[in-house]
Write a protein that binds this ligand. Structure first.
Ligand code: ZN
Length: 428
């Protein structure tokens, strides 16, 4: 990610916030420490976050970290302009393009944000059951709707170069929660090699992927990007969910020994291999879906040369279903709410009511809000229309809180504004 305007703006805002914090600290010291510690949210890994059942968000196989976390020793690392960049991996194939590669959920969760974000382009952010948020940026296409529940390995979109990006890649980072501006190291997911800056994804492989509405130009090398446990005759995607009347190309790998000299026949067309990789030949199957919803299959005929053996066929199965409504994933609300109460860095003996305001100009109404607080405990208002929310009683400690805004069309603010904080003392 990059963006001069954003960077300057952020620097200005943070500069003034820091100045204000320093003043507050001095005032606090003068008043007998009525102000809490002013260190920003910790960036270090929390040992409570275990990644052993997570996977990298790309199909099974080996991938290059084209840019590592900011401040890293590697030749290519992120600039440190966004807090996410302190932990982010940019992923690309070892020796091919990343355009239109399926992007998979790294863990089960719910779509928290799906839309356009400044600099990060078309983006999907997933919120996982323990509150962690994974971010997948610079997509060319999003195929999940806001609030949709996703399974680990589910395709949420296709990689691209949207937003501020120098070429197709997948930006991946994980944040401990949706409120604090911090991120978690990704090195303990699946297999990571610091020396070669490569990872091996243990996420789903091509033959078991369910591809919803793939773009016209799926990369042909994908069927072989991951390890093939067995040696199937034909490697198809596991399942295709397609919009009516869609036209695109399905990459398919066929054992070269099974490919007759005359090539393959599909839908009455003769196809020739686009590439040969190891014992497989790659083919591109052009497919236009019917306009009627339903389940379909198309035969891929492996006609033997000279007719010595009977023809073998493999079936490409696909489902034509109504295109999902992704209208709410096309834009974002650009105005952030103003926090009203409790005052930032204030002390309380009871969990305070959280209040904010938002200009009606934020977008077409009705606006809905979601307040979240994190600290020793976490609280989440869910989407509400009121501009005040009383969290349940929380344990003593320091809390960060933040408000997310959605407009009447479902557009949401770019969820990276700074949180406010309050401190709960043990009850009197
Ligand atoms: Zn990145």
């Amino acid at each position: 990610m990059a963006g001069l305007y954003q960077r300057c703006f952020a620097a200005l805002v943070w500069g003034s916030v820091r100045t204000a914090l320093r003043l507050l600290l001095l005032m606090g010291l003068a008043l007998g420490a009525t102000v809490g510690p002013l260190t920003p949210p910790a960036l270090a890994a929390d040992p409570a976050f275990d990644f052993s059942d997570w996977h990298y968000p790309v199909p099974a196989g080996k991938w290059l970290i084209s840019r590592g976390p900011c401040g890293g020793n590697g030749l290519f690392s992120h600039d440190c302009e966004y807090f996410e960049d302190r932990c982010a991996f940019d992923l690309t194939p070892l020796d091919a393009g990343m355009d239109s590669v399926p992007v998979l959920a790294p863990q089960a969760g719910q779509v928290f944000f799906a839309g356009n974000r400044t600099d990060s382009g078309l983006s999907v952010m997933l919120r996982h059951p323990d509150g962690r948020v994974s971010a997948l940026f610079h997509l060319s296409r999003i195929v999940v709707a806001p609030e949709a529940r996703v399974a680990q390995g589910q395709v949420v979109g296709y990689a691209g170069s949207s937003g501020s990006s120098t070429g197709p890649h997948l930006h991946f980072d994980v944040q401990p929660n949706a409120v604090e501006r911090s991120c978690l190291p990704l090195e303990t997911i699946d297999e990571f090699d610091r020396r070669t800056m490569t990872i091996v994804s243990h996420n789903l492989a091509w033959p078991v992927l369910t591809l919803p509405d793939p773009p016209a130009d799926l990369p042909g090398w994908l069927p072989l990007s991951g390890p093939l446990a067995e040696r199937p005759l034909v490697v198809f995607p596991g399942s295709l969910l397609l919009a009516p009347g869609a036209s695109f190309v399905v990459p398919v790998a066929v054992q070269t020994a099974a490919v007759p000299l005359g090539g393959l026949q599909f839908n009455g067309q003769r196809l020739t291999a686009t590439d040969v990789v190891g014992e497989y030949s790659l083919f591109a199957l052009p497919l236009t879906t019917p306009n009627t919803l339903g389940a379909y299959s198309r035969a891929l005929a492996l006609r033997p040369a000279a007719g010595r053996t009977t023809p073998r066929t493999a079936l490409l199965r696909f489902t034509v279903r109504a295109a999902p409504d992704l209208s709410a994933t096309l834009g974002m609300v650009v105005i952030n709410p103003s926090f009203l109460a409790p005052l930032n860095y204030s002390y309380h003996t009871r969990t305070p009511q959280l209040c904010w305001s938002e200009s009606p100009a934020a977008g077409p109404g009705p606006l809905t809000f979601r307040a979240m607080a994190v600290g020793p405990q976490a609280a989440d208002s869910g989407w509400i229309t009121a501009t005040c929310w009383q969290p349940p009683p929380l344990a003593p400690g320091r809390y960060f809180w933040k408000v997310f805004v959605r407009d009447g069309q479902g557009y949401m603010i770019r969820p990276n504004q700074r949180p406010w904080t309050f401190k709960l003392r043990a009850g009197s």
